[in-house]
Design a protein around this ligand. Structure first.
Ligand code: KIV
Ligand code: ZN
Length: 560
């Protein structure tokens, strides 16, 4: 912003709470969760969900483990009312799930809301009125504090009177001083205590005081101060569930919620992936998985986050960003070579140590959780662009294509494949990496190619092998012969006998290729040229002998 623009903004006043205790608290248990996807989330969609889509979403929320679900604002529109009725009349609400409905503190809306919930086993009736000085001045035309408090009290009285009209329904009452985040604390307290006084909750029949961070005006520590201050001053604290409802205007919904829990809140409202007005509501998935990552069970099951995301994106028509915590396409992906190397080492070491220590705590560099715990896979972790280092290519070839390259081959292969990514100016897929590896380092046939060979294992001179092969060298077919202490050695001698003398084999290894449909072997031969150059070649073939010879031919070709 330009200085001339900045000058119109003011600092947000801090809360005077020198003896605040929340900074020393740690989160040790999960709050009561309430999804507001079908209300706050839905009302913020360019194209709100249809009833069928809401029903699917409701089922998803139930399966995920939500026990409190705000299903809408039934007095606001017929579709909202009808959705509520369908849930109730079609018996779609599991016995352990409580629906919540939102309503402004206005008489006809409150009456209509009670009609909507008739027949439900349990329901939370959530009333709200806006309380901040800004709202009092602008929206309510300079309404006084008393007028605003009276709106809350009248609404609360009407709700109390209407509870007996739904005798079969167990009602939990909830009040929100909307715009709490910029309401003077003493006035928010006055409104809440006035409602508490009307509803007279008890420890056995608690009510909910929801303190919305309706617009996030300031830093999360101030929100925590506000919550701690309210928790200290609210009447009948032991008869209340203090609830958080953060939004994300400053990008700190998660932080504000976590600090709010440290400050004493019992309950959290939010949405999947943070859908909601403007920058969205709190992302409950984020906070719950943060808790899981500290060993805290939450009652919510995000073990198939891809499916959750698929349904969410389809029915809301929103998208989850690529870097969105836990759910984003790229969040378990490392492009940086040093990160890839550390992750590969961490995963390999963990695999080894788990054999002796099945309870080994999670600890892999750069991964706060095991991606498999939320249905993500290791395969996607390492991806290759021109900025990546050498370890990643080897990881992809190993994990995705079953090729376990010798460590000293990594730099040679890495460099060529990164050059390719650089040329293309984009990321390479795992299949492109495999194809490039095959094209550049495996079964190379020019200028030398092996057409056929025969090995004879001599039993008299134990360990001696003679090799007769047909090769094509610079388009000329030749028969070559050699004797050695193994197939490779015999073939090397056959090459030498045919005049190809400028190299020696300096390393060799082989393994069965994992995972492929064909039972192939992979062999790697390192050769050193007389001029000092050292290269690795790879051979892949159903026969391990042939794979070794192809690897040697490939390495020799790479030196030409
Ligand atoms: O953000 C908000 O203040 C709300 C209230 C209605 C709880 O959504
Ligand atoms: Zn909200």
């Amino acid at each position: 912003m330009q200085a001339s623009s900045i000058s119109k903004y003011r600092p947000f006043p801090p809360v005077h709470l020198p003896d605040r205790t929340w900074p020393d608290q740690t989160i040790t248990r999960a709050p009561v969760w309430c999804s507001v996807d079908l209300r706050d989330g839905n009302q913020a969609l360019p194209q709100p969900m249809s009833i069928e889509e809401k029903l699917e979403f409701f089922d998803l929320l139930c399966r995920t483990g939500f026990k409190q679900i705000e299903i809408g604002f039934p007095s606001a529109a017929d579709t909202e009312f009808n959705f509520c009725r369908r849930l109730i009349e079609e018996n779609r609400i599991p016995d352990d799930v409580t629906i919540q409905i939102l309503v402004q503190t206005r008489e006809h809306l409150i009456r209509r809301s009670f009609e909507a919930i008739a027949g439900a086993k349990k329901a939370i009736v959530h009333i709200y009125n806006s309380t901040s000085p800004l709202q009092r001045r602008v929206t309510f035309g300079d309404a006084s504090r008393e007028q605003i408090r009276d709106i809350a009290v009248e609404g609360a009285r009407l709700v109390k009177d209407l509870v007996p009209t739904v005798p079969g329904t167990e009602i939990i009452l909830q009040y929100s001083p909307e715009s709490f985040s910029d309401t003077e604390l003493d006035f928010a307290l006055e409104c809440c205590n006035a409602v508490i006084d009307v509803w007279q909750p008890t420890p056995e029949k608690k009510m909910i005081i929801n303190l919305p961070d309706t617009v996030q005006w300031t830093t999360p520590n101030v929100h925590a101060d506000q919550i701690e201050w309210m928790c200290r001053h609210l009447d009948r604290r032991d008869s209340l569930l203090v609830s958080l409802h953060t939004h994300n205007d400053r990008g700190t919904g998660t932080a504000a919620t976590e600090l709010g829990l440290m400050a004493g809140a019992d309950r959290v409202e939010g949405t999947l992936f943070g859908n909601g007005e403007r920058t969205g509501n709190l992302d409950i998935v984020n906070v719950a998985l943060n808790m899981n990552s500290h060993g805290i069970p939450t009652g919510l099951d995000f073990s198939d986050i891809n499916r959750l995301r698929e349904v969410y994106e389809r029915v809301t028509r929103m998208t989850v960003g690529e870097r969105h915590p836990y759910a984003g396409e790229l969040v378990f992906t490392a492009f940086s070579g040093s990160h890839q190397d550390a992750i590969k080492k961490g995963l390999d070491r963990r695999d080894r140590e788990l054999k002796d220590h099945p309870d080994l705590p999670w600890g892999v560099p750069y991964l706060t959780i095991d991606p498999r715990d939320i249905g993500r896979s290791y395969e996607a972790i390492i991806r290759i662009n021109s900025q990546s280092g050498k370890g990643g290519i080897a990881y992809i070839l190993d994990r995705e294509h079953g090729l376990d390259l010798p460590k000293t081959m990594h730099p040679q292969v890495g460099k060529r494949i990164y050059d390719l990514a650089d040329e293309l100016g984009r990321e390479l897929s795992a299949d492109e990496i495999r194809d490039a590896f095959h094209r550049l380092f495996a079964n190379l046939e020019h200028p030398l190619s092996l057409k056929e060979y025969e090995l004879v294992h001599h039993t008299v001179e134990r360990g001696q092998v003679s090799c007769s092969a047909t090769v094509v060298l610079y388009d000329e077919e030749r028969k070559i012969h050699g004797l050695g202490n193994g197939p490779i050695n015999a073939f090397v001698h056959a090459m030498e006998n045919a005049g190809m003398k400028d190299f020696k084999v300096s390393d060799y290894r082989s393994h069965a290729v994992r995972g492929g449909s064909d039972a192939n072997a992979a062999a790697y031969v390192q050769v050193q040229h007389d001029d000092g150059r050292i290269v690795w070649g790879c051979g892949i073939d159903p026969s391990i002998e042939m794979a070794g010879l192809k690897a040697l031919v490939t390495a020799w070709n790479l030196l030409r």
